[in-house]
Design a protein around this ligand. Structure first.
Ligand code: CA
Ligand code: CA
Length: 312
């Protein structure tokens, strides 16, 4: 009887170990409780191209205790080192992809894309809005050094594949925004949006959608890298345009537990980083823990992306 009890106890222990953490992706382990944080070995690769940044591996708390409902509960992850684009993918980058592949975006197929109509303050489907003319066919063509927008998640995925990269999982995105060191700051660069009178990100300065004081210098999108880079060397993670991530929308409680993927409602994809339309009284999405969700075929004037690459 005693032996049966010991066996049962050992079985319980082994079960507990199994469910305490799981491999979410090749690069990510998710924990249900605070793990034993053994230091990671981090060796940046040599000959790193200037347009990608090395994100060191390590342990990070994902989410926010003070954030909105969909940023809770906070959970621990371990992320292996990876590379991330220093810049949001630009109009020029996207043009190279289109020229090489003759790719037609979903907004071009549908004949329209979502824009905020400034006169009515309503979101509308604008005819002819696409990656070259993000505000519609009667508006200005997007300059080459602007982040590409009016691209759906499916378009972003196709670009990433062509570029030999992939979209980041949101855990990787947040780990990079926390500078790979589990920074607890609100933004990659600190807790304040303004330092020495200088704005550090492109957001909405005023009351959305009524008026924007444009204190940061840009009413809508800004050329990439118009603002200071993060301590890791990444531009515009916070603000400018939202960035598509690989993941379907999940509740963090399900994600932390490793709830079977077939139970996830595959409706919306995750976006990170906030945009030039974010204003804290209604959307403080440009915090490192901020999340937004949109269906994968949707194209909008304030949503773009950046890619990541695994280290071989
Ligand atoms: Ca702005
Ligand atoms: Ca951004």
């Amino acid at each position: 009887m005693k032996y049966i009890f010991v066996l049962f106890f050992l079985l319980l222990l082994s079960c507990k170990k199994d469910i305490d953490s799981y491999q979410f992706s090749k690069n990510i382990t998710i924990y249900q409780s605070e793990p034993d944080k053994k230091p990671s070995i981090n060796n940046p690769p040599e000959n790193l191209s200037l347009d990608m940044v090395y994100v060191p591996g390590g342990f990070t708390r994902i989410g926010s205790d003070d954030g909105v409902e969909w940023e809770k509960p906070v959970f621990w992850v371990k992320v292996n080192p990876f590379l991330i684009d220093a810049y949001e993918v630009t109009v020029a980058d996207f043009r190279k992809f289109v020229s090489a592949t003759k790719y037609i975006t979903e907004a071009e197929k549908f004949g329209d894309g979502g824009i905020l109509n400034e006169a009515t303050k309503q979101w509308v489907l604008e005819k002819g809005a696409n990656w070259e003319f993000p505000y519609g066919k009667n508006s200005l063509k997007a300059p080459d050094n602007y982040p590409v927008t009016q691209v759906s998640w499916n378009d972003a995925k196709a670009y990433a594949k062509w570029a030999g990269k992939r979209l980041p999982y949101e855990i990787e995105w947040e780990h990079a925004a926390r500078n790979g060191i589990n920074s607890k700051l609100l933004y990659p660069f600190g807790n304040e949006l303004v330092a020495d009178g200088k704005y550090l990100a492109n957001t909405w300065n005023g009351t959305f959608p009524n008026f924007d004081k444009t204190l940061d210098g840009f009413h809508f999108a800004a050329p990439v890298a118009s603002f200071a880079k993060s301590p890791l060397g990444i531009y515009d993670m916070c603000g400018n345009v939202w960035e598509w991530c690989e993941d379907w929308k999940t509740n963090y409680s399900d994600l932390a537990k490793g709830t079977e993927t077939e139970l996830i409602e595959k409706k919306e994809k995750v976006q990170r980083g906030g945009s030039f339309l974010c204003e804290p009284s209604w959307c403080h999405g440009y915090r490192v823990s901020g999340r937004s969700f949109t269906t994968p075929e949707t194209s909008l004037m304030h949503v773009g992306f950046r890619c990541v690459k695994d280290i071989q």
